[in-house]
Design a binder for this molecule. Structure first.
Ligand code: ATP
Length: 863
């Protein structure tokens, strides 16, 4: 056949064998089997073996393995093979952790996977976009991502942004008409939609003609880079730090190696020792600890309704100092009910309307007609604002299906949050009547007449004032007000320019109570040094009334309207931005300016959004937060976090989790670095005093195996500490490894080093070097295990609860049991110790815990 764009809708449907009501279940299954999934090919994920082999990529580990093999040939079979076993065990542990982290990140990705709306078997359903098949009828609305190529079969002001394909950033009108010319370029195929583009306006339907790699984007896309691991800023800076630290440690090891040789130690022994020390002391796990803690943390956040789309967001969450939140549905319940109306110069309660009164009837009829929401088998489908109007009709036995059947819709301009209006055209008698509903301030200047019980008259200045006052009165009660007006038009095809010359019918005031949890969540924010800000498309007075109820605003002067923002230059807005906590009648462009103004003031901003036009503001914000329930696919795609319950409280919880995760990462790193520092201090001490080596290579590797990953991850799982939400947000520019942190690492390392040295000296004083080595090894190992408890928090264990993190206990007990097995069975060339010596080890290893806990008890900031 000819190309799809050259064929009529009928021909396309016939060619693709699609019935009017969409594909049947059976057909779907058949086609899915035949054509596969709608996805672009991705690079293959790494296999477990690949991950395992990557664990050996570390240059030093390779050297160590070589050295061990050489030493094996030189006759030291036992210790060399043990070294290799320990290295392999370490690699297995690393692999398991990597796979676990990967798994939880993948499940997170699946949760945020895009969805499409399709018509199948007469029902509009939402399905994961990867399940869209050729022949599906895509239902397209503003904010939807188009998941496959398709031929448009219906268009109501349908506009699509195809910039990802053509580079053209202006939206393109789409129609269902066939195009007769041959060889039309992609950009001119006005009756086709393409995968990767998105709907900016209007609505429509399209039959899928190509999926996956057969789509236009599939043809040009090379492999997606999603399989590549992307590092977060913290990981990047830790990697850089790790490299510098590694260099320092290698220099120390070289010096130790040189001194050892000078003192006449065997070359291979000195070499093995130096390399083992380097392997044990270089914290190669830094960046992977971050991945694991982030991955496990995000899983926890997902359970609390926040799905993280971009990992770096978790790090920035802890620094958020401004939350710009939508009102409707986020701070409020989005359970809208009509409270009262204003018509014929009178306020009437919602249950006092009379359908015998023509004006009342007209107002309700029009509210139901200019409306896309429906009740289907007891299910309410659509925008809550519109459902409130449908339900008002139900109160008076007006069924929307019947009303809409009587006055068929023949034209429309869908609602958009920038225009703040929605218009539909209906056949009424011999006329086409355009009904418009929307924000009164937008409609008011366009009203020319008013309909009252006495008929239609000119809309005078007095009328103007009266209606405006009525709107203010309703808004002051925190009600959301919609105005309804109409005009007769000559043609059903209307354009935005036709939205004028109206006859005013009335106002409908809708209640949308704040969520119960909003006020406490706002209070939590303020306590945590975060300023909550309301940004809404709603009226200023309504917004201020709700904001006051939940504690966002104290004085009405803190509210400003979008139109006033337009009068301010960027600099003026920046200077004034701190005065405002409510921004009303805001359009998406204002949102971007507000975010920038706060950012210029040095703040880290989280901003919520749901509409297609919010995408830029979401990208501009440090944390773009998309609504999972009411949000469009475009908004979700632009965001770094999705709220599955659209709830403000969830943002606050996510921030609190973000703070926890960051603190946990910091503590885990502190644990690693201070323990390693302890080991280095001991070796330096022994080398400088020309004592025998305090550890055998295998001891260092064993300590590395036991005390590196398990306790560090356990610390990373520390439950949330309430104290964190009483602190100010962390300065995002403050490096994790600051001077205070380095001092703490150094001092704690020193304490661990000191007790190990004491144990070493006590052991040496028996005259048996092996006892010295064994005591040093066991004390270092055990004190590091105990130190895991120290690193759980800045606060003392008594404050945070000794048993509030059981994983730290598990990590400790595993290490403790293994260490004792080594001592009992004399593995790893340890000497047999007397029980007093073992008790001395226990006692000494416990000392850092006592010292550090006492310090914390006395000096830690208690909140
Ligand atoms: P938020 O940004 O907090 O979610 P909002 O939902 O009130 O606020 P919009 O949905 O952009 O913001 O609505 C802005 C205004 O547009 C409303 O105050 C109302 O007057 C009008 N409006 C909202 N929904 C509709 C609709 N379905 N049809 C016509 N007008 C509407």
């Amino acid at each position: 056949m000819t190309e799809y764009y050259q064929a009529s809708v009928k021909e396309v449907m016939k060619e693709l064998d699609v019935p009017q009501h969409g594909l049947t279940d059976f057909e779907v299954r058949y086609r899915q089997k035949r054509f596969g999934y709608n996805e672009l090919k991705e690079g293959k994920p790494k296999s477990a073996l690949q991950v395992f082999l990557e664990q050996f990529q570390d240059f030093l580990v390779i050297i160590l393995i070589f050295a061990a093999i050489i030493s094996m040939f030189l006759g030291d079979f036992e210790s060399s093979s043990v070294i290799i076993v320990v290295i392999v065990l370490n690699a297995i542990l690393g692999t398991i952790q990597h796979i676990k982290a990967e798994k939880s990140l993948n499940s997170l990705k699946a949760m945020a996977a895009p969805i499409s709306k399709v018509l199948r078997d007469g029902q509009v359903i939402e399905i994961p976009s990867r399940e869209v098949i050729v022949g599906d009828i895509l239902i397209l609305e503003a904010g939807d991502y188009i998941s496959a190529d398709g031929r448009v079969i219906e268009s109501y002001s349908l506009q699509v942004n195809e910039s990802s394909l053509t580079g053209e950033s202006l939206a393109i009108d789409k129609t269902a008409q066939k195009i007769n010319e041959p060889d039309v370029s992609l950009g001119d195929k006005k009756n086709m939609v393409f995968s990767g583009s998105f709907v900016t306006n209007g609505r429509g339907q399209a039959i899928v003609t190509a999926i996956g790699m057969d789509t236009e984007i599939g043809k040009i896309a090379s492999l997606l880079d999603s399989a590549k691991e992307k590092k977060t800023p913290l990981q990047v800076s830790l990697d850089q730090f790790g490299k510098r630290l590694a260099l320092g440690i290698i220099i120390i090891c070289l010096i130790i190696f040189g001194l050892d040789i000078l003192r006449g130690r065997e070359l291979i022994d000195s070499f093995m020792f130096a390399v083992s020390l380097a392997v044990a002391a270089i914290p190669e796990a830094l960046s992977s600890i971050v991945t694991i803690v982030l991955a496990l943390g995000t899983q926890n956040m997902a359970k609390q309704n926040a799905i993280i789309r971009k990992l770096p967001a978790v790090e920035s969450l802890g620094s958020v100092s401004i939350i710009c939140s939508d009102k409707t549905g986020t701070l409020t319940q989005n359970k809208m009910t009509v409270q009262k109306v204003y018509t014929g110069h009178q306020f009437v309660e919602h249950d006092q309307l009379q359908m015998t009164n023509m004006l009342h009837k007209k107002l309700v009829d029009m509210a139901v007609l200019c409306n896309d929401s429906v009740t289907q088998e007891d299910k309410q489908i659509g925008d809550p604002t519109e459902l409130a109007l449908v339900n008002l009709g139900h109160e008076y036995q007006l069924n929307e299906h019947i009303v809409r059947g009587l006055h068929q819709r023949v034209g429309e301009i869908p609602f958009d949050s920038t225009r703040k209006l929605m218009s539909t055209v209906h056949r009424m008698g011999n006329h086409y009547v355009m009904i418009t509903k929307g924000a009164l301030d937008v409609l008011l200047p366009r009203i020319k007449r008013i309909e009252t019980a006495n008929g239609v008259s000119v809309f005078t200045k007095q009328h103007f004032e009266k209606v405006r006052q009525a709107n203010t009165d309703l808004s002051n009660e925190g009600l959301r007000v919609l105005a309804i007006a109409y005009r007769v038009v000559s043609l059903p095809q209307i354009r935005v320019e036709d939205e004028k010359d109206y006859t005013f019918v009335g106002l409908i005031a809708i209640m949308d109570p704040p969520r119960e949890e909003s006020a406490p969540a706002v209070a939590d924010c303020i306590q945590a040094g975060i300023k909550p800000i309301m940004i809404t498309g709603d009226h200023k007075i309504t917004a201020a009334a709700i904001a006051k109820k939940i504690g966002i605003l104290k004085d009405p002067s803190e509210a400003i309207e979008g139109i006033e923002i337009e009068k301010l230059s960027d600099k003026e807005l920046r200077d004034k931005v701190e005065q405002f906590s409510v921004y009303a009648r805001v359009s998406p462009e204002h949102k971007i300016r507000i975010v920038k103004a706060w950012q210029d003031k040095g703040h880290v901003v989280a901003m919520t959004g749901d509409g297609v036009n919010d995408a830029l503001a979401l990208k501009q914000a440090d944390i773009g937060v998309a609504m999972g329930v009411t949000g469009t696919e475009v908004a979700k795609d632009a965001s770094s976090m999705i709220l599955t319950d659209d709830n403000f409280l969830t943002i606050v919880k996510a921030i609190s989790n973000g703070r926890s995760i960051y603190a946990n990462i910091k503590n885990a790193i502190k644990f690693l670095l201070s323990g390693n520092a302890g080991a280095i201090f001991v070796v330096l001490y022994a080398t400088l005093l020309a004592l025998p080596v305090p550890f055998l290579p295998v001891h260092l590797l064993f300590i590395n195996l036991l005390t590196d990953s398990l306790p560090a991850i356990a610390i990373g799982l520390e439950p949330h500490n309430k104290k964190l939400m009483k602190e100010k947000p962390r300065n995002i520019n403050e490096p994790l490894l600051n001077r205070k942190f380095a001092t703490q690492v150094g001092l704690e390392g020193l304490v661990i080093g000191a007790v190990t040295i004491i144990a070493f000296q006590l052991g040496l004083s028996t005259g048996d070097t092996a006892v010295g080595t064994t005591m040093a090894f066991a004390t270092l190992c055990l004190s590091r295990l105990f130190h895991g408890f120290n690193c759980r928090s800045d606060q003392s264990l008594f404050k945070i609860g000794l048993f509030s993190n059981l994983t730290v206990w598990i990590a400790f007990l595993v290490g403790f049991v293994l260490l004792n097995l080594v001592l009992i069975f004399g593995w790893f060339e340890v000497a047999t110790l007397e029980s007093t010596q073992i008790l001395t080890i226990y006692g000494l290893a416990f000392v850092p815990l006592i010292i550090i806990q006492t310090y914390k008890l006395l000096f830690a900031k208690e909140n």
